[in-house]
Design a protein around this ligand. Structure first.
Ligand code: ATP
Ligand code: MG
Length: 357
C-alpha cells in the first residue's frame, strides 16, 4: 500500500505557493486515500534551524503551522500530523545515511546556495570571498545547511515512503533521496530492499513566483512580506499585495514566463486556484487578452479571496481556540509517527550490526 510523506518548514505562515504547490495536494491525497494507505505530514523544525531562528518565534511558528495544516483541511484522524523534532529517529537515521553520503553530490545541490544568495554554480570547495555583502564566505558555511538534504532523505526513508508530494524546488532533493536509498540497500540489504526509493508527486502548480521578484519562487523566508500572499491574509491585504505586484508596461494580457514573468504568474495563480475556469493558463489568457493589468489584478484578488476565505476562517478559529487542544494534536501525531519510525530504525540497526545477538 502507498505511504505518502511530505513536510513543511515552520518558517512563517504558508503562502499561495505552499498552498497550490503542496498543501492543497496533501489534502486531495488524504481525501482520496484508500483505507490501507498511510499519510504522514511533518512540520520540519529541524530543517528550520539550518538558518538562524529565534526560539520564541520558532515556538510560535510551529503552532501557526499546525493550525495552518488543520485549516487547509488535513484531518488528524486520517493523516499523521506531527513535528519532526518530536520523533528522534529522524536525526538518528540522518547520521547513519550521512556516513555514506558524498560531499561532491551534496555540493551540487542548488538550494543551500540559494539560501546564501550564492550562484547555483558555486562549489563549497571554492573558497572565494562572498559574492554579495550579505552572504557569508564559504568557509563559514554551516554543516547543517550543507547536509540538510541528507536529513530530508532520512525524513522520507524513515517511513518507507512510496510517494512524496512537493513543489518543483524539491525535485533535486527527491532524486538525492532515491540515490541514498538505493546505495544503502546495495551495501546493507542487497536481497530485500530495506529502504524504498520514493516517487515524486508534483502538483500542476509546481512553481508559484514571488509577487515582487517574479523570476524567483515565492518563499516564506523572503524578507519582503509583499512578495507573497499568506493563506491567512484578509481580502484587503490580498488586493493591496496584488495591486503592488510587479508586472510590466506592455498592453493587454499574454502568457510567456520569460518575457512577462509577472503577468504569467498572476495568470497561473488564478488558473490553478480554480482549474474549472479555463482549459489551461494560455486559454485563460486568451479570455482576458484585452483586459488592463489593473483589472487583471482586481480579478485575481477576487479569486484568491474566494478560494482561501474558508481556510482563513478556520485558521482564525483554531488559533483562537484552546492551545492545549492544538498541542494534543501534535503529541498524538508524534506518537503515531514514532511507532512507525521505530520499526524502520529497528531494521536499519540490525543490518548495520548494532545488535548483541
Ligand atoms: P522557506 O523559504 O523557509 O524555505 P518555502 O516557502 O520554500 O519556505 P518550504 O517549507 O521550504 O516552503 O516548502 C514546503 C513545500 O512547499 C515544499 O513542498 C515546496 O516544494 C513547496 N513550495 C515552496 N514554495 C513554493 C512555490 N513558490 N511554488 C510551489 N511550491 C512551493
Ligand atoms: Mg523552501
Amino acid at each position: 500500500a502507498r505511504v505518502i510523506f511530505s513536510g513543511i518548514q515552520p518558517t512563517g505562515v504558508p503562502h499561495l505557493g505552499n498552498y497550490l504547490g503542496a498543501l492543497r495536494q496533501w489534502v486531495t491525497l488524504q481525501d482520496a486515500a484508500a483505507p490501507d494507505e498511510t499519510l504522514l505530514y511533518a512540520i520540519v523544525d529541524l530543517h528550520a534551524i539550518t538558518l538562524k531562528q529565534d526560539p520564541a518565534q520558532l515556538r510560535q511558528w510551529r503552532r501557526e503551522m499546525l493550525a495552518s495544516l488543520l485549516a487547509v483541511g488535513l484531518d488528524p484522524k486520517r493523516s499523521i500530523i506531527f513535528c519532526q523534532s518530536d520523533v528522534p529517529q529522524h536525526a538518528e537515521l540522518m547520521w547513519i545515511l550521512s556516513c555514506n553520503a558524498s560531499m561532491g553530490y551534496l555540493s551540487r545541490m542548488t538550494q543551500w546556495k540559494s539560501k546564501l544568495s550564492l550562484p547555483a554554480t558555486a562549489s563549497p570547495l571554492d573558497l572565494a570571498p562572498p559574492r554579495s555583502p550579505s552572504a557569508p564566505s564559504l568557509p563559514s558555511l554551516k554543516l547543517g545547511l550543507f547536509s540538510y538534504p541528507v536529513l530530508q532523505a532520512a525524513d522520507i526513508l524513515l517511513y518507507r515512503t512510496t510517494h512524496v508530494p512537493v513543489g518543483e524546488d524539491q525535485s533535486q532533493h527527491l532524486e538525492f533521496a532515491r540515490e541514498v536509498a538505493n546505495s544503502f540497500n546495495h551495501i546493507f540489504s542487497p536481497t530485500t530492499p530495506l529502504l524504498i526509493p520514493p516517487e515524486t508527486i508534483l502538483s500542476p502548480a509546481k512553481r508559484i513566483m514571488s509577487l515582487t521578484k517574479p523570476t524567483k519562487k515565492m518563499s516564506k523566508s523572503d524578507p519582503d512580506i509583499k512578495s507573497r500572499i499568506l493563506i491567512t491574509d484578509s481580502k484587503d491585504v490580498i488586493s493591496k499585495k496584488l495591486k503592488s505586484s510587479l508586472t510590466d508596461s506592455l498592453d493587454g494580457i499574454s502568457y510567456n514566463h520569460s518575457t512577462r514573468p509577472g503577468v504569467s504568474n498572476l495568470i497561473d495563480i488564478m488558473y490553478y486556484l480554480d482549474e474549472s475556469i479555463a482549459s489551461s493558463p494560455v486559454q485563460l489568457c486568451a479570455d482576458f487578452q484585452n483586459m488592463s493589468l489593473k483589472a487583471l489584478k482586481e480579478k485575481v484578488a477576487e479569486a484568491v479571496d474566494t478560494q482561501i476565505r474558508d481556510v482563513r476562517e478556520r485558521y482564525e478559529s483554531v488559533m483562537g481556540g484552546d492551545a492545549g487542544a492544538l498541542a494534543d494534536v501534535g503529541d498524538e501525531g508524534a506518537r503515531k509517527a514514532e511507532e512507525r519510525a521505530k520499526e524502520t530504525i529497528g531494521r536499519v540497526r540490525k543490518v548495520l550490526g548494532f545488535t548483541w545477538d
